[in-house]
Design a protein around this ligand. Structure first.
Ligand code: ARG
Ligand code: ASP
Length: 718
């Protein structure tokens, strides 16, 4: 007994304490495979990634370059999130067919809807090409020249490394420039909409519940990949055939429980786990608070209008959700970083790092890196802050300024590239502006402008601002610009852009909205951008050296994963609840009962469709209820995920699909900078809920029939 306890303390605890990490699927053999098996996995690393036979990776495409999807039938049916398919669902919607509100289901393949520009990308093979990429780089005298040479090498290798004609090569950096991997990929461009629940299921809880546990969202949608007759990628044609995958996931309805093994495969976008303490300190104390305050003001202003006017509500809903998404994430991230003492943890890590450098006698190579980081981060601080103010206020959250900035760039195109480039850009702009103005309301934006220009003038580092901006009167300026600028309407904008180059430039420069943007942008481009770029390049070089040292000086057993970079990764852990704060503790599973508890009739976030209420009252759950007759909705686990993992398959110990990843818990959003196993959780829809909605709510039995279900009575094949 004692021996057993000792074993548990020695092996199980350290493994659990160190959970986290997003790993390259071709490099799992060894430490990861052992750890995964210790956590309960029954399959092998070779089952997950293989070049010789089909493996799990063949069922996990990148969806539209931003999300993840998984193949769930032999006929190319794929599953992703509702919020990942949102634009495509919306683009097929009209007043008569409002698929966002009512949902959409294809009961026959002929009814599936093609989507212009939607694509999915599969990974065929991953190869290490570090030596080839770094050839001739080491001895170059400056960082700028090194970067240039690396880019040249990559372009040359992408072109020349062997691949089939229908495939693409794409080389990506790992460990901040210490490793380069080649991805050979295949991209399918005929991807059709198959099914989507109504938003009252697929987006249930909307912004209020976003990043929050307990969660009750059925965040899924279904598509199908079509291929040419040879099963290879082909442009859209009605003669294309459903794609036959190398692998598809069986869907398990056996259910999950606390402590079950889970793994998630997908395309996490960006993490920064190896920043020095100086950088984290800057994020927590300076950059995040500034961005949060700016968005806070913009969102509050828009919300005031949206609540009073339904037309504005529709115009601003998608924009609002996007801005609110990261606003809320940063608040959670800052809280989490503070609560878990991330800066102090980093400082401790740096102390240990320094003594390791000394012990290894590597002072010459690595002895200065932390001191140099300190100098550079101190120097970059005001520039980084000014950059965030500029991008959040001008480029992102004040529409009239962002419109003006596009015209400012147009003038620059003329100055640097001449008349033809100007004409091309102008034509693109006129087309591109149309949808932006469709969702633009000058009354709303005037108030946002007033709020944000005030913040800009008072809080963006003063030493870089022109006098006229420092002394601006927000209210009077807002009034005068929104009365006199042509940028407040699409017709006005088209008027500005009418005529030959000379007259367009002259008209733009007389416009007070354009003139204001020009004053702000000129100052930014002169006083901030060049210095920021110079210091940032230094940080990039330092980060590469720091990462190299960390890799070199850590013990073989250390779990050092490369930061996310939108390439395929595997993360694993266990189904687990958590304790967000004193006396509060969360269970790992939610049920349909919780949907009914949250129901607010008629509310745009928490309305529940009548049919779902009826199914609930009748307990008509078919084979999808759990052992106690309850309908599961979502669950959480310790998988380390980030933006881009949306739509990722959550798999059980046998590689069967049990959930669909779509979010993280609010207290754990700091996992992008530091993963903490006590509060970082990913949120998944339970596949039983997905199937229940498809089968019982939508009656799309055709889709259930093409899947392979693993039920409690399914025989294990030997
Ligand atoms: N937080 C999730 C992610 O980062 C879901 C976002 C979509 N939902 C929303 N209300 N904006 O993508
Ligand atoms: N919701 C995110 C996504 O869309 C996932 C996350 O950030 O956890 O990719």
């Amino acid at each position: 007994m004692k021996f057993l306890r000792l074993l548990i303390i020695l092996f199980v605890l350290p493994i659990y304490a160190q959970q986290g990490g997003m790993w390259v699927p071709s490099l799992l053999k060894g430490m990861n495979e052992t750890e995964m098996k210790n956590l309960g996995m029954k399959i092998s690393a070779e089952d997950i990634y293989s070049v010789n036979h089909s493996s799990l990776k063949d069922a996990v495409p990148h969806f539209d370059g931003g999300c993840t999807a998984e193949v769930i039938s032999p006929k190319g049916l794929i599953l992703t999130n509702h919020h990942c398919g949102f634009d495509n669902i919306q683009s097929h919607s009209s007043v008569e067919h409002d698929y966002l509100t009512d949902g959409f289901w294809a009961y026959k393949m002929e009814d599936e809807l093609p989507n212009k520009d939607l694509f999915v990308t599969f990974i065929i093979r991953i190869d290490d090409v570090t030596n080839k990429v770094l050839e001739g780089v080491a001895n170059l005298p400056s960082e700028t020249e090194k970067q240039k040479k690396i880019q040249e090498n990559i372009a040359m290798l992408n072109k020349n490394l062997p691949k089939e004609t229908w495939q693409e090569n794409s080389i990506r950096t790992f460990y901040d420039g210490n490793q380069y991997l080649l991805f050979v990929t295949e991209t399918y461009k005929d991807v059709r909409l198959v099914g989507a629940p109504p938003s009252s299921i697929g987006k249930f809880g909307s912004d209020t519940d976003n990043w929050v546990w307990p969660r009750h969202t059925g965040d899924f949608s279904l598509f199908r990949i079509y291929a040419g007759k040879d099963n290879r990628p082909a442009e859209y044609s009605k003669d294309n055939i459903p794609y036959t995958p190398k692998h598809f996931f069986p869907v398990s309805i056996k259910g999950v429980k606390e402590n079950d093994f889970t793994m998630v495969m997908g395309y996490p976008g960006r993490t920064q786990e190896y920043l020095p303490s100086y950088a984290v300190e800057q994020i927590v104390n300076s950059l995040n608070p500034a961005k949060i305050e700016i968005r806070d003001r913009a969102l509050k202003t828009q919300d005031g209008f949206m609540r009073k006017d339904n037309a504005i509500k529709i115009q601003y809903a998608a924009k609002y959700a996007q801005v609110a998404n990261y606003w809320k994430k940063w608040i959670g991230e800052s809280k989490g970083l503070k609560k878990t003492n991330a800066v102090a943890n980093k400082q401790q890590f740096e102390k240990d790092f320094t003594s390791k450098v000394e012990k290894a006698g590597k002072q010459a190579e690595y002895g200065n890196v932390l001191a140099d980081f300190k100098t550079t981060y101190n120097a970059i601080a005001p520039y980084a802050l000014a950059r965030d103010y500029f991008s959040e206020v001008v480029l992102r959250n004040t529409e009239i300024l962002s419109f003006g900035y596009k015209l400012y760039q147009l003038e620059q195109v003329y100055n640097t590239k001449g008349e033809q480039a100007f004409k091309d850009r102008k034509a693109n702009l006129i087309a591109g502006f149309e949808p932006l103005y469709k969702d633009f309301n000058a009354k709303v934006d005037e108030k946002v402008f007033e709020q944000l220009i005030e913040l800009y003038s008072k809080k963006s580092p003063q030493q870089f601002l022109p006098e006229s901006i420092k002394n601006i009167n927000p209210e009077a300026t807002a009034k005068s610009i929104f009365t006199n600028s042509k940028l407040t309407s699409y017709d006005g904008l088209k008027g500005l852009l009418e005529g030959d180059v000379k007259s367009v430039i002259a008209k733009m420069n007389q416009d007070p909205g354009f003139a204001l943007v020009k004053t702000i942008a000129d100052a930014y481009n002169k006083n901030v951008a060049p210095k920021y770029d110079e210091l940032n390049l230094k940080n990039i070089a330092l980060q590469r050296t720091y990462m190299k040292a960390i890799l070199e000086l850590s013990p073989k057993s250390a779990r050092i994963f490369p930061d996310a970079n939108s390439t395929l990764r595997v993360t694993y852990g266990k189904v687990k609840g958590y304790k967000p704060s004193d006396a509060v503790s969360y269970e790992p599973m939610t049920y349909l009962d919780g949907v009914m508890e949250k129901h607010i009739p008629g509310d745009y976030e928490f309305n529940v469709p009548q049919k779902l209420i009826d199914l609930y009252n009748a307990k008509d759950y078919g084979q999808y209820a759990d052992k106690n007759g309850k309908m599961p909705v979502a669950f959480i686990a310790t998988n380390h995920t980030t933006g881009g993992n949306s739509g990722s398959p959550a798999l059980d110990a046998n590689g069967n699909l049990i959930g669909l990843n779509f979010d993280r818990v609010w207290e754990g959003t700091m996992s992008d900078i530091q993963y903490d196993p006590s509060i970082c959780r990913n949120i998944m829809v339970d596949m039983r809920y997905v199937l229940f909605v498809i089968d019982k709510y939508a009656g799309a039995k055709n889709l259930i029939e093409e899947m392979k279900l693993v039920t409690p009575t399914t025989k294990k094949k030997k």
